[in-house]
Ligand binder design. Structure first.
Ligand code: ISL
Length: 639
């Protein structure tokens, strides 16, 4: 990696030669919806950063340039030691299933899913063929952010069950040859965590466990950073005349990773769970843990582009790598545990610095580039054009040897993918599309994570008609801020419905009985009435259902290592309507052919179709054209 120092005289070309510079440029282009090749122009490459100021007119300012240079200079010395082969490991071969416990299965009729519900449904997961589970948080919590606000790391939220029940769950999972990873939220805790309460009492060492700044009255926060859940990112404590940082809700206070005692406490928590025998962790917003110590103001240009102010000072903070290496060394490494870091905002190259095996930081990451169309964000009301998906996926497939990635389309923070493309109604192409996405999900290189309900094609809830039906703190805060900005109630509700995370959190649709079989009580959030036509029971008995298709695909992947370790080679790239690729090993080749559009399109030419044996497809019979969202998995007959 270059040891050059970046300043306003650096050229765009030099920026693009730097891994992080390329990531930032890619992200900016995505945001403003310009094609990646825009920067390849030799004239553009020869421009100096300071020229961008003049050329962009209103957009780029000195502070923006300084911010970018600081970020680039910070990665000096970060290197990757090349490896010659991919190390086989269980988590590369696994298919994970994400459970959002609150909405999975309620066994005691209180309207909330529980641990016993998960145990009850393990046979369902086993039949599906998944071999690892990621459990969203089940720790004790006031549930301001549905468990991502932890009150006690070593206690189970009582409405979900007991520690004994958790131990049974872990045993049952292992008995079935599956693994279990937990959610680890160590960027922040709940304001009800004892550390925070003691910090407010000024008790050492807790008074340095959180990011705070001495105030000068309650009117001016220490900087202009905004929270992801609306408004400023600071809480004022009057007694101490002190401001506390909260990047998420007001009840989620950011921990101060500069404090060594805090780090030790975190190692202790992690080891406590690992000693129980869990197989690893998904690490919540782990790239946010290191903040620029001076907490400088965020740049307004970046804020406008990304929608949040200050992010450049913590999305890839100065001590991130150091913290992760130490965390791993003191915890995961000795337990041989897997880690998946959630890293919003990071590009491919920065991510490789986190997951490359030579660097001993994380094992895999969740990145989010592919979840929205270029130029759009989750909160926008739009339909996702899948044509854009292909290039983003191809870029991420390019992670080099020694790095490994995840594959996912859904989680508890994002709308259902089928609805993103086709809207919130029961569209006739719903299941062909669900199957097509499943093909991509299970045949690309990386570890697939299926979000509960994705395997039966659950869609967004089309029956939200009033703000009282929403539960997510982000949606509720957004609604209030829309009203404050002058929107009418109808307008505000419409915007909330478009972007709400609650679409992913409606109860799992087990059968067509009351509440989709999720609970005999009143569910904590409404069941999507769609359960009457879409549920696991009905799909279980139907060999042509999406659920059956998922089973076949998982089985195919579990039994063909070429689909796991084989090289990825895209083909027919110029055809925007198609996504075609090979998975290749020394002895086997698969060819995957996908129509990304809702139209009939010609099949690609110059393929010796006689050599292809169709293994799986979302349509019956053969057709001259590729049908809407048709997806075919072929094995190449090799002599
Ligand atoms: O929805 C988002 C903010 O608008 C996402 O950016 C999301 O908050 C981000 O991906 C981080 O998510 C994780 O941390 C949050 C929690 O609310 C999410 O549920 C969790 O997945 C804070 O802990």
């Amino acid at each position: 990696m270059t040891e050059q120092v970046f300043n306003q005289n650096s050229t765009i070309g030099q920026i693009l030669n730097h891994p992080m510079g390329k990531d930032i440029a890619d992200r900016l282009l995505l945001k403003i919806n310009l094609p990646p090749f825009f920067m390849n122009n030799i004239l553009i490459k020869s421009l100096q950063l300071k020229h961008m100021k003049l050329l962009s007119g209103r957009y780029i300012d000195d502070d923006f340039i300084k911010t970018i240079c600081t970020l680039l200079n910070q990665t000096k010395g970060e290197t990757i030691t090349p490896v010659s082969e991919q190390q086989p490991t269980w988590w590369k071969e696994a298919v994970f299933y994400q459970i959002y416990p609150r909405s999975f299965k309620d066994t005691d009729g209180d309207g909330l899913g529980d641990i016993l519900g998960i145990i009850e449904k393990l046979p369902y997961l086993q039949q599906l063929g998944v071999n690892a589970i990621w459990l969203s948080p089940i720790y004790d919590s006031p549930m301001d952010d549905m468990g991502y606000d932890i009150r006690d790391y070593k206690k189970i939220f009582e409405k979900y069950g007991t520690m004994e029940q958790f131990d049974t769950l872990l045993q049952e999972v292992h008995k079935r040859g599956m693994r279990l990873i937990m959610d680890l939220i160590i960027n922040h805790t709940s304001d009800e965590h004892t550390w925070f309460k003691r910090a407010l009492e000024n008790e050492a060492p807790y008074n340095d466990f959180y990011i705070s700044k001495k105030g000068n009255g309650n009117t001016t926060p220490p900087n202009n950073w905004t929270s992801f859940f609306s408004g400023p990112a600071w809480n004022y404590n009057e007694e101490q005349d002190r401001w506390y940082l909260h990047l998420f809700s007001k009840k989620q206070i950011d921990l101060n990773w500069e404090n060594n005692e805090l780090q030790k406490e975190i190692y202790d928590i992690v080891n406590w769970w690992l000693d129980k025998g869990i197989d690893g962790f998904r690490l919540d917003v782990i790239n946010y843990i290191s903040k620029q110590p001076e907490l400088p103001n965020g740049n307004e240009v970046i804020a406008k582009l990304v929608g949040y102010c200050g992010i450049e000072h913590y999305f890839y903070g100065p001590r991130l790598h150091e913290h992760l290496r130490k965390l791993r060394l003191n915890t995961f490494e000795t337990h041989n545990a897997v880690t998946v870091g959630e890293v919003p905002g990071l590009g491919v190259y920065m991510s490789e610095l986190l997951v490359h095996e030579s660097r001993k930081e994380l094992d895999m990451i969740f990145s989010f580039d592919h979840l929205d169309s270029p130029g759009k964000s989750r909160l926008d009301d739009y339909l996702y054009d899948l044509v854009a998906l292909k290039n983003i996926l191809i870029k991420w497939q390019g992670m080099g040897l020694g790095s490994w990635n995840t594959l996912f389309f859904e989680n508890h923070d994002n709308q259902r993918m089928i609805s993103k493309v086709l809207g919130n109604t029961n569209h006739p192409l719903r299941f062909p599309l669900g199957k097509m996405l499943a093909v991509i999900h299970l045949t690309l290189k990386g570890t697939p994570f299926i979000f509960q309900g994705e395997e039966i094609g659950m869609i967004n809830c089309n029956s939200f008609t009033s703000i009282d039906q929403f539960r997510d703190v982000e949606s509720l805060n957004l609604y209030a801020s829309f009203l404050q900005n002058g929107d009418s109630k109808d307008e505000a509700l419409k915007k909330v419905i478009a972007g709400s995370r609650d679409h992913a959190r409606t109860p799992f649709q087990w059968n067509d009985s009351e509440n989709g079989g999720f609970s005999t009580g009143t569910p904590w959030i409404m069941a999507n009435p769609d359960f009457k036509i879409c549920n696991a029971d009905q799909q279980n008995g139907d060999a042509t259902s999406l659920l059956s298709f998922y089973k076949k695909l998982i089985d195919l992947r579990n039994n063909n290592t070429v689909l796991i370790y084989g090289d990825f080679k895209p083909t027919h790239n110029l055809r925007n309507d198609l996504f075609c690729y090979y998975r290749i090993s020394e002895s086997e080749t698969y060819y995957i052919e996908i129509n990304l559009t809702q139209k009939h399109v010609p099949k690609p030419l110059r393929l010796k179709r006689g050599e292809l044996k169709l293994v799986l497809s979302n349509y019956e019979g053969n057709n001259f054209l590729l049908r809407p969202f048709e997806a075919c998995v072929y094995r190449l007959n090799q002599s």
